[in-house]
Design a protein around this ligand. Structure first.
Ligand code: AP5
Length: 210
């Protein structure tokens, strides 16, 4: 199954993709994580995309689509599907993602839209931390285990978060219509505890699988 995890920055796409990955063994494909891996490892791609992530701007489409094409071609994804987290972010990317899957006779089964109001996003991202185990935590709603050291994402500065939210509303939110027209858009209220949101998403995936 190929599923788009959709919603504004900080709505919990990555958190839920990780939970769903553990439950269903579907690989989570996060473009943000792929870019951050390249930045951390100082690859040429990492050097080229760092300025976009730092400012909360979109990385150019061809760079993004190439990295996704390569990820889809790996065995785990071809065999077990994919939870797309952070892609697509524009209608253009959505149609290109359809093409990348289509050339392998695959397609998106569902778009899971995790709705969270902007006010909650700003608070959540101010409290987001990344633990030394690489996992995402929140100092208020999902604290890292006691004693674990943590860092913050450079794009969680309030001004950058505002830019990311602006871009989401302008460029990404129109995708709701794109997937609704295909009849595969499912919306859940993401402004509830993590476990409650997970249960609802699992219910939707179980329905799709049957
Ligand atoms: P990316 O990493 O994809 O960032 P994002 O889409 O802005 O989403 P986030 O990772 O910030 O949030 P999330 O929804 O995963 O929330 P999380 O689970 O962490 O992209 C980063 C950058 O890469 C972009 O700005 C762009 O530059 C570039 N990029 C990526 N994809 C691209 C593309 N396709 N095209 C071009 N450029 C691209 O949760 C957030 C916090 O809330 C955490 O602290 C978590 O613990 C907490 N939390 C989660 N769920 C709940 C809940 N239900 N209740 C309370 N707290 C919760």
């Amino acid at each position: 199954m190929y599923i788009v995890m959709f919603g504004p920055p900080g709505c919990g796409k990555g958190t839920q993709a990780e939970i769903l990955h553990v439950k269903y063994n579907i690989p989570a494909i996060s473009t943000g994580d792929l870019f951050r891996w390249h930045i951390k490892n100082q690859t040429e791609l990492g050097k080229a995309v760092k300025c976009y992530l730092d400012k909360g701007e979109l990385v150019p489409d061809e760079v993004t689509l190439n990295i996704v094409d390569e990820r889809i071609s790996r065995e785990d994804c071809l065999e077990n599907g994919g939870l797309f987290d952070g892609i697509p972010r524009t209608v253009y990317q959505a149609s290109r993602l359809d093409e990348l899957l289509g050339k392998r006779d695959l397609k998106i089964s569902s778009c899971l839209n995790i709705c969270v109001p902007d006010e909650s996003i700003v608070t959540r991202l101010a409290d987001r931390v990344i633990g030394s185990d690489g996992k995402t935590y929140n100092l208020v709603t999902n604290p890292p285990p006691g004693g674990m050291s943590f860092s913050r994402r450079s794009d969680d500065e309030p001004e950058t978060v505002r830019n990311r939210l602006r871009l989401y509303h302008e460029m990404t939110h129109p995708l709701v219509e794109y997937y609704a027209r295909k009849g595969i858009m499912h919306t859940v209220d993401g402004d509830r505890p993590i476990e409650i949101v997970s249960v609802e998403l699992m219910g939707l995936i179980d329905l799709l699988a049957n």
